[in-house]
Design a protein around this ligand. Structure first.
Ligand SMILES: [Zn+2]
Length: 365
């Protein structure tokens, strides 16, 4: 099929699955938003579970599908679902060897709305966009909350595959078995670093599959810890850093409030610290940066995925593997495309069954 039409058609067919995700959210809406739920998780409704099973024969409604860890020598399996095969086929012939050598750094500003980004308020983020490629209309998944969204961002699969609806790391939660970029990088012998300001992110950057997986306090703590580790350690191939305070300020005082915008400016300063640490280590020229968010927000929250303002996120690609010059991206971008793009830049194969695809428009040809 013509590449131009493949992506929209696949995404259209996926729309039905997103509706299923939304129906799950409707049931769970009372317990997922900001605070860690203290009551036991409600069961996924039987009707929803049956519907999920019907559309994807291998889907397990309440837990994640375990994707195989694909190494460079792995071959596609014959048991993949039709959807998985169709999703993977346009990209599986991609030849990443044409790309320049590159590391990847993913910077997440938790809860950052694209319309809070400007040359005046966020000069570092603005410069990344203006020297690379950017979209102010990328979309996160439903449910539009931190842990489910990060799971999609870092695994490359939509909610219907990973099933992570909870938003905390309470001990009674089932383990997240969906592999993330850290699993893939480590399996390929790459070094990875994750520094984050919410402890639940460790569920996706588990210490046993990440070279360094560190929680730090606040945007300043995260950026300084990142800089310290970068200075002290051997260079990393895959880096991830998560700045928590924009989201916290939004919940406390309102999205786009004066305090929220001040927090955005502070997050931008932290981004500046992170970029300087890369430069000090001599890695700035070999590192391609993805800067994005896990969700937007309005008033005091972001839990309603039917509101575009909650699902719309910034997505910036800047560095040696990116097109240069501030290209505004016109193709639809989903948060799970981040994982596929990162794998492509790292020259790792795209695992069978990913929903995400590399953002080709943003990548050097
Ligand atoms: Zn939040």
């Amino acid at each position: 099929m013509n590449k131009f039409w493949t992506k929209p058609l696949l995404r259209l067919s996926r729309f039905g699955l997103q509706l299923l995700g939304y129906s799950v959210w409707l049931v769970l809406a009372g317990c997922v938003p900001t605070a860690a739920p203290s009551s036991p998780p409600p069961p996924v409704p039987t009707a929803t579970a049956a519907a999920l099973a019907a559309v994807s024969p291998t889907a397990v409604a309440t837990t994640a599908i375990t994707l195989p860890l694909i190494t460079k020598s792995a071959t596609p399996t014959a048991t993949a679902t039709a959807t998985a095969t169709a999703t993977a086929s346009p990209t599986s012939t991609h030849t990443p060897t044409v790309l320049p050598p590159s590391r990847v750094l993913i910077i997440v500003v938790d809860g950052l709305r694209p319309d809070a980004i400007s040359a005046e308020l966020t000069p570092h983020i603005w410069e990344l966009a203006q020297t690379g490629a950017y979209s102010w209309a990328a979309q996160t998944i439903s449910p539009s909350i931190t842990l489910p969204s990060h799971t999609s961002m870092l695994s490359g699969v939509d909610f219907y595959q990973h099933g992570v609806w909870w938003n905390d790391d309470a001990p009674e939660r089932p383990p997240i078995t969906t592999p993330t970029l850290f699993n893939y990088a480590t399996a390929a012998g790459l070094r990875s670093l994750a520094v984050y300001g919410k402890t639940k992110i460790m569920l996706l950057a588990q210490p046993e599959v990440t070279t360094q997986s560190i929680y730090a306090l606040g945007d300043v703590g995260v950026s300084m810890r990142f800089a310290q580790l970068l200075a002290e350690e051997e260079p990393f191939d895959l880096m991830f850093t998560h700045l928590p305070e924009v989201d916290g300020t939004g919940h406390a005082l309102g999205w786009m409030s004066e305090a929220y915008l001040a927090a955005v400016a502070q997050a931008d300063t932290a981004v500046g610290t992170i970029l300087k640490a890369l430069a000090d280590k001599g890695l700035r020229e070999t590192t391609t940066i993805v800067l994005t968010a896990d969700h937007g927000g309005i008033n005091l929250g972001h839990g309603d995925p039917t509101l575009a303002v909650n699902r719309t996120i910034p997505w910036i690609l800047s560095g040696p593997a990116a097109v240069a010059g501030g290209v505004m991206l016109t193709e639809p971008i989903e948060t799970y495309d981040t994982a596929a793009t990162a794998l492509t830049i790292l020259r790792l194969p795209l695992p069978e069954g990913l929903d995400g695809q590399p953002v080709h428009q943003a990548l050097q040809k």
